[in-house]
Design a protein. Structure first.
Length: 99
């Protein structure tokens, strides 16, 4: 008998986003980026009470999940929301929370 796939692609995507959002520092970064166009990793290290290496790991998690994107500009990295995936995440979570 064939097994039926019970987990949808939407559920997998939402779980990936939720995992990336599962830390207060990452939520802070997402909230900050949702209110402005972009920011530089150096600016974040001045605001957040964590080591640069720790911040880099948090940014990597968000980037790997597709919620943010980074662009190297000289010695700095500019981070912005990945607008397309951010809209997908908003839609998925809104639908899920309404059900």
């Amino acid at each position: 008998m064939d097994k039926v796939e019970v987990i949808s692609e939407q559920q997998k995507t939402m779980a990936r986003y939720a995992k990336a959002m599962g830390h207060p520092i990452r939520m802070y970064v997402l909230e900050l980026l949702s209110k402005q166009t972009c920011c530089y990793s150096g600016d974040l290290t001045e605001v957040l009470p964590i080591a640069k290496s720790t911040l880099s790991q948090h940014l990597k998690e968000l980037k790997d999940a597709g919620l943010i994107q980074g662009e190297i500009e000289g010695p700095k990295i500019k981070y912005c929301l990945n607008q397309e995936n951010w809209k997908v995440a908003q839609s998925l979570f809104q639908s899920f929370l309404k059900s």
